[in-house]
Write a protein that binds this ligand. Structure first.
Ligand SMILES: [Zn+2]
Length: 383
């Protein structure tokens, strides 16, 4: 059994220990020490990173009470070594893990739901509950969680005896056996947990629920605590100021500004479509009913506009092709016909001009590797 220094003091970041064994494994070495401050992956919490005698520790896991440190180089058995964990990273986990307990306890008290899934990723912490929540209930849970944080309560961790444990009504994700570690926030929550926690709720600073989604009949909440919540606030603040500057609006009025912009955009699209239809009528007015293929070059037109033009022109000729030269060696095209199967023309053009495209008997579209001028000459000469 490895002595777990992170349980007696979760704030220990440097320690001395003796190397009990070090075995070569796939991709490195697995070292066992008599004691360690390195937390192994477990209970939804990622393992610590750091160094032992300056050698990087990339992974830490526990098997039958023994903690294995995965190192790049071997450690000498019997030697006293100096370990140091990346405490900045660990403290983020402590803030986020303790924040999750308070939120889960709060939701449990409010609605009787259990936390049925917990994951601390590098971007977000997710918590799954076995029942649905309304937006109002999510806000209320967030508010109550932060009130507990600001009350700066103690967070206690201990291994009660079996008898003592019987008297505790604690939350747990599964039926547990062996020594059970309880994390208690007096008057607020009891939970069976193997993770590392801050000593006072005030150290969490803040819990923010940033997103929620329905998940397996319940709800999944994405939460950020402490420094991660601050970083998220910073990023979002920078983004909203950027949008505000672009819209020449105060940050708190950006949504209104975007709404207005979208309205103006859809009005402009509508006006453009009216003008395009008029333009198409003028362009196709002089086509006499003919058995030939009509070609139009309308550089800059989007695919919808090309389609409207080709379909309108196709009413008056055997087939109509609308082209838009993108000036990068590629020309987009739409072919339409009411009389022939345009898939044959489509295939011919794609074969000759290394194109990509397809469609149905009456309408095909795609892109070709040629200028619109070159395509026009080709179509005139062969069709
Ligand atoms: Zn926990």
């Amino acid at each position: 059994m490895t002595e777990k220094l992170f349980y007696s003091d979760p704030y220990i970041s440097r320690f001395e220990a003796n190397v009990l064994s070090c075995d070569k494994i796939n991709g490195g070495f697995a070292a066992v020490l008599d004691k360690t401050a390195f937390f192994p992956t477990g209970g939804g919490q990622d393992c610590d990173r750091g160094t032992i005698d300056g050698i990087f520790v990339s992974d830490v896991y526990e098997k039958d009470g023994v903690i294995f440190h995965i190192t790049e180089k071997p450690l000498e058995t019997g030697k006293t070594v100096f370990g140091e964990i990346d405490f900045e990273r660990r403290f983020l986990f402590m803030q986020n893990h303790s924040g999750e307990h308070i939120l889960s306890g709060t939701v449990h008290r409010m609605l009787g739901y259990s936390n049925v899934g917990f994951h601390m990723g590098s971007d977000f912490v997710t918590v799954d509950f076995d029942g649905p929540m309304t937006k109002e209930q999510i806000l209320e849970a967030e508010e109550k969680t932060n009130e507990i944080i600001w009350s700066d309560l103690d967070i206690l961790t201990y291994f009660p005896s079996e008898k003592e444990l019987e008297k505790i009504d604690y939350r747990s994700k599964k039926e547990l056996s062996g020594d059970i570690r309880i994390v208690e926030i007096p008057g607020v929550d009891f939970c069976a947990c193997c993770g590392t926690h801050v000593k006072k709720t005030g150290e969490i600073g803040l819990v923010k629920i940033v997103e929620h989604m329905n998940y397996k009949g319940g709800v999944r909440l994405f939460i950020l605590s402490g420094k991660r919540a601050l970083e998220d606030y910073r990023n979002k603040n920078a983004e909203i100021y950027k949008i505000g500057t672009l819209l020449s609006r105060k940050p708190s009025y950006t949504a209104e500004g975007v709404e207005k912009l979208l309205e103006e955009n859809s009005q402009k699209k509508y006006e453009y479509s009216l003008l395009w239809k008029k333009y198409v009528s003028a362009l196709t007015a002089n086509i006499e009913n003919t058995d030939g293929t009509a070609v139009f070059c309308e550089n800059g037109a989007d695919n919808d506009s090309l389609r409207i033009l080709a379909l309108e022109a196709a009413k008056k000729c055997a087939a109509a092709i609308a082209l838009s030269d993108d000036k990068n060696g590629v020309t987009r095209y739409v072919i339409a016909s009411e009389k022939t199967d345009v898939r044959e023309i489509n295939k011919k053009l794609c074969d000759v001009f290394d194109g990509r495209g397809g469609g149905k008997e009456a309408l095909c579209q795609g892109s070709l590797h040629a200028t619109a001028e070159k395509l026009r000459e080709f179509i005139k000469s062969v069709m």
